[in-house]
Design a protein. Sequence first.
Length: 156
Amino acid sequence: MEKYYVSRKKYEELVQELKNLKDLKASLSVEIGEAAAQGDLRENAEYHAAKEKQAETLIRIQELETKLRNAEITDNLDVDHSEARIGATVTIKDEDADIEFTYTLVGSMESNPDKGLLSVKSPLASGVLGHKEGEEFEAQLPRGPKKYKLVKLEYK
């Protein structure tokens, strides 16, 4: 089974989302019961809308339960802090453009490059993983290989 790497904060957000969805599921059951009591279900739009929402909710509940069951909290991982690993904040220099940028390496569920969160499964993060501060590395980007330097490595 696939592991889902998440921070403690994200894990707690997912637990809360699951609780909210279970509450929604209960209220949808009541709503469906009330709509069904109105008679002919073939022409009952409220009934069909509630059933559709219930199906979507049940799918999301199942997804969240699977992810939470297989979650690995990155805050607890015992990793070598001298190398770029999940949970590290890295400052990377594009050698060609002479531009630096900073990302925190996270699991795919938390990835948001606009907020500085880069999935370890992304091409750039895959390239930097395992490298030490000051080392150059090559990332296999969609447009082809590109050279970078790991300028700064820190764990917060």
